[in-house]
Design a protein around this ligand. Structure first.
Ligand code: FBP
Length: 552
C-alpha cells in the first residue's frame, strides 16, 4: 500500500451524496421514444435494436420494497484521458451492484479497452475499492486509448466476458469511447450475447454534453485546479507588475476549459477558438487583438497581464487549417525531395511549393513553429498540433507586432512574456465535492441501469446545480446523441461533440465583461479546492453549468 498524506486519509472517509431517488427502493419511469440529434434514418439503420429507446428516470419507489435479485458480475473499463472522479464512478458502481446482491462481483479491465480484448483484468474487491474512494487518477486499473470498433475485438472481448460470467460492461469514456459503447451494445444485442453495455460521460474537456448530459465528469475539478494556479500567477504578476503570462489550457478541440477558467479568474485576455472560427479571424487578427490590449494596459502603466489560450486554437483558425491541410499533402507527396533539402533551406522550399495564400501564412510564422509544422507528424502523416507551442507562437508574434506599433508611435511600454501549459496538472487531482458526488452517483446509477436490464444507455445524473438530493438520475439512449460525421474518409455514426456556443450563457457572460477585464486589473484569485468547510465554498458547481442552466 502506498503512503497516504493526511488529506488523503481524511478524504477517504468522505461519504459522497446520492440523489434521493437512488437512496432506497427505486422505480423506473419511461419517457417518450427518442431519436438521434441528426441523420435519423442512417442511425436507425445502423442501430436497429438500440435506436429510439426511451429516456429513463429513476424515482423513489414509495411501496418501499426492494425486490431481491440474483448476484450479477459486472466489468468496467476506463477509456481515454484521465479525469478526476473516475475512481468514484467505480466505487459507486461497486456499492451499487453490492446493493443489488452482496455476492455480485466487479472486474476491472486493465489499461483501457485493450484489457478487454487482451483478457487482462483484475477483480475489484472491497479492500481495493476502499483504497481509492474519493481519490483522483485512473490508476486503480489504468486507462488506454485503444479503439473498440472491430467485430474481432468485440468477439474476443465476449470470450472473457463469458468466462467471467460478466453480464454487463460499463465503459467510462469520452464521446469516442461512448460511441464505441453504443456500437458494442448494438452488436451484443444483435447476437444475443447476454451482455449489457452502459456508458459513463467522462472528459475534462467538457465537450461531451447536451440537453440531457449536463456536464462530463472531471471538468469541474480540472478547471478548479487550473483556475487556482492561474489565480496564483495573476497575484504574482499583479505584485511584480513586469510579466505578461501566456497560458495554454488543455482541451483538445473545444474551448470550454479556457472559458470556464476565464469566468473563474477574470484574466486580461481569453481567446475562444469557436469565436475565432466564427469570425473567420486570421492568426494576425488574434495577435493584433492581444497586442492592442497589451498597448492599452501599457498606456495605463500596466506592463503585465494574463492571456488564456485554448489548446485547440490553431485548428480553428481557418487560414491555419488550410495551411496544415496543404502541408500534409505537400510533405507526403514530396517527402524524399524535402528530406534532401538542407535544413536552412527547408523553410524556403515549403514556401516555394505552397499555394500563394498558404505560403504567405507560412512565411509569417516564427521559425520554431514553421519547423514544428514540417517535422512533427503522427503515424498517419498529420501535424500533431497539440505539440505546437501556441502560447510561445502568440507571444513571439505579439512582441513583433508591439515593435511595429512602437515605431508607429502606437505603443510605449515594456513587454516581457512567460509561458505555461496547464493540462496534466489537473487531470488526476482529487475530485472536488461536486465531482466526487457526481461520479459516485453516475456509478451507482449505472448499477441501477444494469439491474433493470437495459443496454446502449449512458448513465445520466442531471439537475446538477441543485443540491445533490434533488439530482435526477436515469439513463439516456446513446443513439440519441449521435449524428453522422466524416472520419478517416468515411461517414460514421458518432456522438456529436459539444463546442462552446457563442449564443450560450457562459460565452455571453464572458463577452459582456471582457473589455473591462482587458483594461482593468480585475483578477479573481479562486484559491485551492476546498474539501471541508462551508457548502458555499466547497460544493460550487462549474460556472459554465450555472450559466447554461440559467439559459434554460
Ligand atoms: P479525453 O478526450 O480522452 O478525455 O482526453 C482529453 C485530453 O486530456 C485532452 O484535453 C488532451 O488534448 C488529450 O487528452 C491529451 O492526450 P494524452 O493523454 O494522450 O496526452
Amino acid at each position: 500500500m502506498t503512503k497516504k498524506s493526511p488529506l488523503q486519509v481524511a478524504r477517504a472517509a468522505y461519504k459522497p451524496k446520492l440523489p434521493s431517488a437512488l437512496c432506497g427502493a427505486v422505480k423506473v419511469i419511461e419517457g417518450e421514444a427518442t431519436q438521434s440529434v441528426a441523420n435519423q434514418e442512417e442511425i436507425k439503420e445502423l442501430f436497429p435494436t438500440t435506436y429510439g429507446l426511451p429516456v429513463l428516470k429513476f424515482d423513489v419507489d414509495s411501496t418501499g420494497k426492494t425486490k431481491s435479485k440474483a448476484p450479477i458480475n459486472v466489468g468496467v473499463i476506463l477509456s481515454g484521458g484521465q479525469a478526476p472522479g473516475g475512481h468514484n464512478v467505480i466505487s459507486g458502481l461497486f456499492d451499487g451492484i453490492k446493493s443489488i446482491n452482496k455476492e455480485s462481483r466487479l472486474y476491472g479491465f486493465l489499461l483501457g479497452p485493450a484489457g478487454l480484448v487482451d483478457h487482462k483484468y483484475m477483480e475489484l474487491t472491497a479492500d481495493i475499492i476502499d483504497q481509492y474512494r474519493n481519490t483522483g487518477g485512473f490508476d486503480i486499473i489504468g486507462s488506454g486509448r485503444t479503439k473498440l470498433e472491430k467485430k474481432e475485438q468485440f468477439d474476443k472481448g465476449l470470450e472473457i466476458l463469458k468466462e467471467l460470467n460478466i453480464k454487463a460492461l460499463v465503459i467510462i469514456g469520452g464521446d469516442d469511447s461512448n460511441t464505441n459503447a453504443a456500437v458494442l451494445a448494438e452488436y451484443y444485442k444483435q447476437i444475443n450475447a447476454g451482455v449489457q453495455v452502459i456508458g459513463c460521460p467522462k472528459t475534462i474537456d467538457g465537450d461531451l454534453k447536451n440537453d440531457v448530459i449536463e456536464v462530463s465528469f472531471g471538468f469541474d475539478t480540472a478547471c478548479k485546479v487550473y483556475s487556482e494556479v492561474i489565480g496564483n500567477i495573476q497575484r504574482d504578476c499583479n505584485s511584480a507588475k513586469k510579466y505578461w503570462h501566456f497560458i495554454k489550457l488543455m482541451g483538445r478541440s473545444a474551448s470550454h476549459i479556457a472559458l470556464e477558467c476565464a469566468l473563474q479568474v477574470q484574466p486580461n485576455v481569453c481567446i475562444v477558438s469557436e469565436e475565432v472560427e466564427a469570425k473567420n479571424m486570421t492568426l494576425k487578427d488574434v495577435v493584433n487583438y492581444i497586442a492592442d490590449i497589451v498597448a492599452l494596459r501599457a498606456a495605463d502603466g500596466n506592463n503585465f497581464g494574463t492571456v488564456l489560450i485554448p489548446e485547440g486554437l490553431i485548428e480553428f483558425i481557418p487560414a491555419m487549417k488550410a495551411l496544415i491541410a496543404e502541408l500534409n499533402d505537400l510533405l507526403a507527396l514530396k517527402a524524399t525531395e524535402f528530406a534532401a533539402v538542407a535544413k536552412e533551406n527547408q523553410r524556403q522550399f515549403v514556401i516555394d511549393n505552397l499555394s500563394a495564400d498558404n505560403a504567405a501564412v507560412y512565411a509569417s510564422l516564427p521559425e520554431s513553429v514553421a519547423r514544428q509544422l514540417t517535422l512533427d507528424r503522427d503515424p498517419h502523416g498529420n501535424v500533431q498540433v497539440s505539440l505546437i507551442e501556441t502560447e510561445k507562437l502568440l507571444s513571439e508574434m505579439v512582441a513583433n507586432r508591439l515593435a511595429e506599433m512602437a515605431k508607429e508611435g502606437k505603443y510605449v511600454g515594456k513587454f516581457s512574456a512567460l509561458h505555461h501549459f496547464f493540462g496534466y496538472e489537473g487531470r488526476c487531482a482529487d475530485p472536488t465535492n461536486f465531482d466526487a458526488d457526481y461520479c459516485y452517483a453516475l456509478g451507482f446509477n449505472a448499477a441501477q441501469l444494469i439491474k433493470i436490464g437495459v443496454t446502449g444507455y449512458m448513465s445520466s445524473v442531471r439537475n446538477l446545480t441543485k443540491p445533490s438530493v434533488q439530482w435526477i438520475a436515469g439513463g439516456i439512449p446513446i443513439t440519441m446523441m449521435m449524428n453522422m460525421e466524416r472520419r478517416h474518409g468515411e461517414m460514421k455514426p458518432v456522438i456529436q461533440k459539444a463546442l462552446v456556443k457563442l449564443d450560450g450563457g457562459p460565452f455571453k457572460k464572458f463577452a459582456a465583461q471582457r473589455e473591462k477585464w482587458a483594461r482593468e486589473t480585475a483578477f479573481v484569485y479562486p484559491g485551492p479546492i476546498q474539501y471541508f468547510g462551508p457548502s458555499e465554498v466547497c460544493d460550487l458547481p462549474p460556472k459554465t453549468l450555472v450559466y447554461e442552466q440559467q439559459d434554460k
